[in-house]
Design a protein around this ligand. Structure first.
Ligand code: S3P
Length: 452
């Protein structure tokens, strides 16, 4: 499931304005969950608009290895034949998670309350990411782990876990704002007798809650001392669903930013999911002066969706409230690129979590933007960026940008290339296929670059 091991370098240069109408692929978080929840339902779930990126395909292969039927029809609809909660089978070989933290952590939750043993492996990026945050609560539920300690003592892949059956329902307060950890515990709770509770001090994306409710789970949310307490009744039966996956706001973000930055642009990005726990970037860009208009607001698959009309805009720097971070956690790399083109200074704080994503996104973006000619100061928990006021960046001359197997660094710096004099060379575009296989063809479709 890992993407090609041969690096695929490319230089992205300034071209024409972005115009017309493009549609971004399905939401990655919702696609993973469609496959996993479908795999646990009793009967056939269908999913339309599923993201066919490498991360989601890793989830598809894993649930298939644990007994679910997963098949793509010629019209693009995915059919998932579930085994029922409690029915997962022991996989016969290691589960290759590729680059995908979401696949790994959520599937660990599934395995935790089934009486099966599974081994998880991943690529060089995923093998550096901390798994202790899920191992700790899932151990409290009775699962047993053998992980690989890294140099700092963090528990990482490869790891082998033995699920517990029956598992113990727990009540757990999240020490980090993480939808993956929240979801892992709730998924384990699905097959534990009694009620499992996750308390989140800071709200994170709520797709698991929305979708499990749609699948018929008994899940409810109470606010206690200003914190969300999410409870799920275990030994649940899930009913199969017909799912329509909305477009991914995290993928739309690159095109929204590109259209704001490239002079003359007027682009419609269609079918963008605007769940409030995901869409803060668009509000932040508006507060910076970005013209982003919502057209035809509607509901798709139980999520708010709109088409976004985006016009080139002069942006101003912003001092960002760290409270918005969880609702745009994957969008900071592209926000940093937008800030590099704004007038004035952008200050971000409270972003420690960015250091444990597919790469250390604070260091990776500080180095990448600096190499492209931007003025960036890296601090412990954020970046401070002096914008050019709309003047193009110098671009890279000599060494290409190092993307560290991180799709979002690659796509963000590709957008930086569109607003640079010399262009920006990326060392490897192949990780883009983990989340957004059509990224480069949509750049061509919008007129921003010519085909390779
Ligand atoms: C995700 C949660 C976030 C996000 C990731 C997808 C999810 O991770 O960065 O891309 O689908 O639950 P964290 O839970 O680590 O913040």
């Amino acid at each position: 499931m890992s993407h090609s091991t041969t690096p695929s370098p490319r230089r992205f240069t300034a071209g024409s304005p972005l115009t017309g109408r493009i549609t971004v692929p399905g939401d990655k978080s919702i696609s993973h969950r469609s496959l996993m929840f479908g795999a646990l339902a009793a009967g056939r779930t269908t999913a339309r608009g599923l993201l066919e990126g490498e991360d989601v395909m890793a989830t598809a292969a894993a649930v298939r290895a644990m007994g679910a039927g997963v098949e793509r029809r010629d019209d693009g609809t995915w059919l998932i034949d579930g085994v029922g909660v409690g029915g997962l089978l022991q996989p016969q070989t290691a589960l290759d998670m590729g680059n995908s933290g979401t696949s790994t952590r959520l599937l660990m939750g599934l395995v935790a309350s089934h009486g099966i043993t599974a081994t998880f492996t991943g690529d060089a990026s995923l093998s550096k990411r901390p798994m202790g945050r899920v191992i700790e609560p899932l151990s409290l539920m009775g699962a047993d782990f053998t992980a690989s300690p890294d140099a700092n003592g963090s528990q990482t892949l490869p790891l082998t876990m033995r699920g517990a059956h029956p598992a113990l329902p727990i009540s757990y307060r999240l020490p980090v704002a993480s939808a993956q950890v929240k979801s892992a515990i709730l998924l384990a709770g699905l097959n534990a007798p009694g009620i499992t509770t996750v308390v989140e001090p800071v709200a994170t994306r709520d797709h698991t809650e929305r979708m499990l409710t749609g699948f018929g789970a008994d899940l409810w949310v109470e606010v206690e001392n200003g914190e969300r307490a999410i409870r799920i009744r275990g030994e649940a039966e899930l009913e199969p669903q017909d799912i329509v996956v909305p477009g991914d706001p995290s993928s739309a973000a690159f095109f929204v930013a590109a259209a704001l930055l490239v002079p003359g642009s007027d682009l419609v990005v269609a079918n963008v999911g605007l769940n409030p726990t995901r869409a803060a970037l668009f509000d932040v860009l508006r507060a910076m002066g970005g013209q982003i208009e919502e057209l035809d607001r509607r509901e798709v698959g139980g999520e708010p969706v709109a088409d976004l009309r985006v016009r080139h805009s002069a942006l101003s720097g912003i001092e960002l409230d760290p409270a918005v971070a969880p609702s745009m956690i994957d969008e900071f790399p592209i926000l940093f690129v937008a800030a590099s083109q704004a007038s004035g200074t952008t200050v971000t704080t409270g972003l420690d979590e960015l250091r444990v994503k597919e790469s250390d996104r604070l260091t990776a973006m500080a180095e990448a933007l600096t190499a492209a000619g931007a003025r960036v100061e890296e601090r412990e928990d954020g970046l401070v960026i002096e914008g050019t006021g709309g003047e193009p960046l110098r671009g890279t001359i000599g060494a290409p940008i190092v993307t560290h197997l991180d799709h979002r660094i690659a796509m963000s710096m590709a957008v930086a290339g569109l607003v640079s004099r010399a262009g920006v060379e990326i060392d490897d575009t192949s990780p883009i296929a983990t989340s957004f296989p059509t990224f480069e063809s949509l750049l061509v479709e919008a007129g921003a670059c010519s085909a390779m």
